[in-house]
Unconditional design. Structure first.
Length: 367
């Protein structure tokens, strides 16, 4: 089974391939009445589209979204929302030399083992271009969350060995890497120039900070909120690890350091620290949710690499075409979108968790 649907109540099914006619998503479970226009979605897609700088693929795609259904007179109708982005700049000839060979670091070999057949043009379904549907749907989820006071701040924390040491929120949109540190962004540029000269690529870390999430989302066992967020982010093709709060560093701490204390004030109960990253026992605690994603280096590099053909012949392969020397900057909005989808689904699912709130809701209905 090829599962392309994410979510339980607010569901998203993505479709399309890198070199097909189009890609997109179908959202089901979106409440009626949400003001929605193509412009709301386009501003998210513009953050991930190619050709933004010399550090992204030269493929020229406008990535213009079309809303095909589920919106009438500027508002969602409660029926499935179908979104489509047409491919306009495919160059399938660039992939002729990999039709019968397996690219290192890609899903070519595993696709053949699973399906016995694969679309070798740009990776087909396993291409990073598949994330268009995720981002388009994530923009809708983010608008729902925004109407409830939930906000995101997502950025590049590191590229290769270069880590942001300062935090200037305004700087994130001023540089090509979406880094909150101007000096780090300049260092990252120097590092990537070297990678490109060496016909190599780089990875990095993305951090997503989410404020305004109410306490009580998630569940204590298999549907833990941090587990759902981790699944959402890990499902992104280039992501190899996910951390919440202290993450891996929690293994180095003592309980007295890692535990978040509580205090009562005029605004109710709050925490004295946030090592947990806004989630305790699999349930949101009302503080900022902090999640990080480790993104691997772009596997498509032009230096010769050892591999085999589908006939089992050893060969040296040079990958041609237009590829990002680093995926991280364009993946920032993808991580944010997947977090938005997971949280929107959790919010809607959580509405049925307490009988008193169900009674309160329906008791106020006049018709």
């Amino acid at each position: 089974m090829n599962k392309s649907t994410f979510g339980r109540q607010f569901t998203v099914t993505t479709w399309g391939e890198s070199h097909g006619k189009a890609l997109g998503a179908v959202i089901d479970g979106c409440p009626a009445g949400l003001p929605l226009a193509e412009e709301d979605i386009q501003k998210y897609l513009d953050r991930r589209k190619p050709g933004q700088s010399r550090y992204t693929t030269a493929r020229k795609e406008g990535d213009l979204v079309e809303i095909l259904s589920g919106v009438f007179e500027g508002r969602t109708t409660g029926t499935p929302i179908s979104l489509m982005v047409r491919n306009t700049d495919q160059r399938s000839r660039d992939y002729g030399n990999i039709a019968c060979s397996y690219r290192p670091g890609h899903a070519d070999y595993t696709f053949d083992r699973k399906y016995g057949f694969r679309d070798y043009r740009g990776g087909g379904r396993s291409s990073g271009r598949e994330t268009i549907g995720r981002v388009a749907a994530g923009a809708v989820a983010a608008k729902i969350l925004g109407s409830l006071g939930v906000t995101f701040c997502t950025y590049t924390k590191s590229i290769g060995p270069v880590e942001a040491k300062e935090f200037d929120k305004e700087e994130i949109i001023r540089n090509a890497f979406y880094m909150p540190d101007k000096n780090a962004a300049e260092e990252a540029g120097i590092y990537l120039e070297k990678c490109m000269k060496d016909q190599d690529s780089a990875g990095g870390m993305i951090e997503c900070c989410i404020q305004g999430v109410p306490a009580g989302l998630g569940s204590p066992v298999f549907e833990k909120l941090d587990a759902v967020l981790a699944q959402a982010v890990m499902s992104i093709g280039a992501v190899k690890a996910v951390e919440v709060g202290e993450g891996m560093n929690a293994a180095n701490l003592n309980g007295s350091t890692d535990n978040d204390g509580f205090c009562a004030g005029e605004n109710g109960i709050s925490k004295t620290s946030n090592h947990a990253g806004g989630i305790m026992g699999g349930i949101s605690d009302g503080s900022e949710i902090v999640i990080r994603a480790a993104v691997k280096p772009t596997p498509s590099i032009s230096r010769p690499q050892d591999t085999v053909t589908d006939k089992g012949e050893n060969i040296s392969l040079e990958i041609h075409g237009r590829h990002d020397p680093v995926i991280v900057p364009r993946a920032v909005v993808v991580v944010e979108s997947m977090c938005a989808l997971a949280l929107t689904d959790a919010l809607i699912t959580n509405m049925s968790s307490r009988l008193d709130r169900i009674k309160e809701f329906y008791g106020k209905q006049s018709d």
